[in-house]
Design a protein around this ligand. Sequence first.
Ligand SMILES: Nc1ncnc2c1ncn2[C@@H]1O[C@H](COP(=O)(O)OP(=O)(O)OP(=O)(O)O)[C@@H](O)[C@H]1O
Length: 257
Amino acid sequence: MSDDVPALELDGLTKTFNETRAADGVSLSVPRGAMLGLVGPNGAGKTTSLSMAVGLLRPDSGTARVLGADVWADPVSAKRLLGVLPDGLALPERLTGGELLDYWGRLRGLERGVVRARAEELLRVLELDGAEADSVLVAEYSTGMRKKIGLATALLHAPKVLVLDEPYEAVDPVSARVLTAILRRFTDGGGTVVVSSHVMALVEQLTDRVAVIARGRVLADGSLADVRGTDATLEDTFVRLVGAREVGKGELAWLSS
Ligand SMILES: Nc1ncnc2c1ncn2[C@@H]1O[C@H](COP(=O)(O)OP(=O)(O)OP(=O)(O)O)[C@@H](O)[C@H]1O
């Protein structure tokens, strides 16, 4: 494969739900080894775009390619290369974390010994291990623990491209550091990461590229420095591109009466 094939290439992805154009010609090219932050206000179309990018939601039009493999025309190749943490991941609830990874690894066609060794390591690094954890069902996990076990399922088959929808949401600061270390190691090894987040400071600290999306369209895309331009912070850029909403003096007056 030639070196200039992008890790992820979205071209004109469009999706309409009833009257709502959730994604309106979303195009993005993410080079190999990059860490891209996808940011945008609530309802901007981030989850819709990422779901189409990884083969979870069929676009009305447009294409998505992972290292050249078309996600919809050649899903087996594309999904082998992809590790995905979707929004609201539905997990088998009546399994422990270890059982879930075992099941997931077998579904991925990995050998039992490989699955066991990787699962043990992932559970330990993500602090989901221990005697008690061996008997705790995923149904009983906290929101942050669900994120972490979801991340473990995304990593288990050693993908080349990670697409993570809000991976830091509800994760405690210690686990967030672990997650950052994992993602950095992944890109240092040549892997590519796309993360969506609402936390601008985190995106600024973590990523080297950023894409801003609003009303289903990509408003800016490029290196962090280029997108930020002369703005002091990414938050300033975000507000400038997306528009600020002030709370007027007369609004919610009843709260302070
Ligand atoms: N399954 C669906 N049916 C109908 N409308 C939908 C559906 N999924 C998303 N939408 C609409 O599409 C738009 C984009 O939603 P999406 O979830 O992609 O935004 P988002 O940027 O991920 O938002 P958030 O930051 O709040 O998670 C919203 O207006 C949403 O209401």
